[in-house]
Design a protein. Structure first.
Length: 303
C-alpha cells in the first residue's frame, strides 16, 4: 500500500527517517509550519524557516523519493507575541503562493487568548484571499471547547467545511467535527493525543469518510512511521483495505488537492531522484556515492 503523511515536521527529522518512511510506503508528505520548541525572537527567523520548508526541505525529501508539500502560517503559540506576530503577518502572503504550499496552517488556538483569536481570524481571511484550504491546530488543553470555538470562528468567516482540516482530534471531538462536515485529522503520538489502538476504534465507530491519519512527528517523542504502522494495525483488526486506503492516503489527497498544488501524478510513477544534484551547493550525502532512480529502488543510500 501507498501512504501519505499529511502532518509531519521533517525539518526536525533525520535522513534515516526519510529512508524508513520511503521503504514503509510513504510517497508524499505535508510539513505544516509550526512552533520550534522555543520562541523565535525576530521576523527574520520566521523568514528563514518558511524559506526552508518551501526550498531546502522539498529538495531533501526528493533525494529519498518522497514528494514534499507544506503549509504556511503563524502558529497559535507565537501569535501571543503581538508586535512580532504583526511583522510575521506581512511575510505570509509572500510564501502562501509558493508551488508546494497546500494550505494556510497550522493555525488556531493554544491558550485561546485574545491575540490568538485576532491572528487566527486574520489568517482565515488570508486563506480566503489565496483560495487555500486551512489546517487547524486544536489546543492540547481544553480541547473540546477549543475545537468547537475554532469551528464557530471558521463559520463566522464563511469557510466551507470541506476547505478546513481540523487536526489533533480525539474521541472527545471526533463526532462534533464530522457532524459539522469538516475533515477530521488525528495525530498518532506514543501514549498521548491519539494512539494507534485508539485510532482503530475511531475508524470502527465512524468509518473512513473525511477521517485522516497523520503522525505529527517533530522534535519530541514521536514516530514518523505512525501512518503505516496504524494502517497495518487497522488491517490486523479487521478494518477493510479500502477504509485504510481512505484514512491513510485518499482523504488527505482529496483535502489538500483543493489547493491546486497537490496531484497524485506527482508521485504515482515514483518520485525520481538524482543525488548528484545540489541545492545551493549542498548535498544530503556525506561521503556516499550519489545514485539516481525512483522511490521504487530498494536502496536509495548505501551506508
Amino acid at each position: 500500500m501507498k501512504f501519505i503523511d499529511p502532518h509531519v515536521h521533517m525539518s526536525s527529522r533525520t535522513t534515516d527517517d526519510y529512508q524508513a518512511m520511503q521503504k514503509a510506503g510513504i510517497v508524499a508528505i505535508i510539513e505544516p509550519a509550526f512552533w520550534l520548541g522555543q520562541p523565535r525572537t525576530e521576523k527574520g527567523a520566521f523568514k528563514d524557516y518558511y524559506s526552508s520548508i518551501v526550498g531546502w526541505e522539498p529538495f531533501r525529501s526528493s533525494q529519498f523519493g518522497i514528494k514534499h508539500y507544506c503549509t504556511i502560517g503563524l502558529n497559535s503559540k507565537e501569535a501571543n507575541n503581538v508586535p512580532l506576530a504583526e511583522q510575521v503577518m506581512e511575510l505570509l502572503p509572500l510564501y502562501a503562493m509558493k508551488d508546494n504550499v497546500v494550505a494556510i496552517g497550522e493555525i488556531g488556538y493554544d491558550d485561546q487568548t485574545e491575540a490568538e483569536d485576532r491572528f487566527f481570524r486574520a489568517q482565515i481571511e488570508l486563506a480566503k484571499e489565496v483560495n487555500l484550504p486551512i489546517l487547524i491546530h486544536t489546543p492540547h488543553r481544553d480541547k473540546k471547547n477549543g475545537t468547537l470555538r475554532s469551528m464557530d470562528v471558521l463559520e463566522e468567516h464563511g469557510i466551507d467545511p470541506k476547505m478546513a482540516i481540523i487536526d489533533h482530534n480525539n474521541e472527545e471531538t471526533a463526532k462534533a467535527v464530522l457532524d459539522r462536515g469538516y475533515w477530521a485529522a488525528f495525530t498518532i503520538y506514543p501514549r498521548t493525543k491519539m494512539g494507534s489502538e485508539r485510532m482503530v476504534e475511531v475508524v470502527k465507530q465512524y468509518g473512513s469518510e473525511r477521517i485522516i491519519v497523520d503522525s505529527s512527528a517533530d522534535w519530541g517523542v514521536s514516530d514518523p512511521l505512525a501512518v503505516p504502522k496504524t494502517a497495518n494495525l487497522m488491517l490486523a483488526n479487521g478494518i477493510s483495505k479500502e477504509d485504510v486506503h481512505m484514512t491513510c492516503y485518499q482523504n488527505a489527497l482529496d483535502a489538500y488537492a483543493q489547493s491546486g498544488n497537490m496531484n497524485e501524478s506527482d508521485w504515482e510513477n515514483g518520485v525520481s531522484f538524482d543525488q548528484s544534484v545540489l541545492y545551493g551547493g549542498n548535498s544530503v550525502l556525506r561521503g556516499q556515492d550519489p545514485v539516481k532512480g525512483t522511490a521504487s529502488d530498494s536502496d536509495i543510500i548505501e551506508n
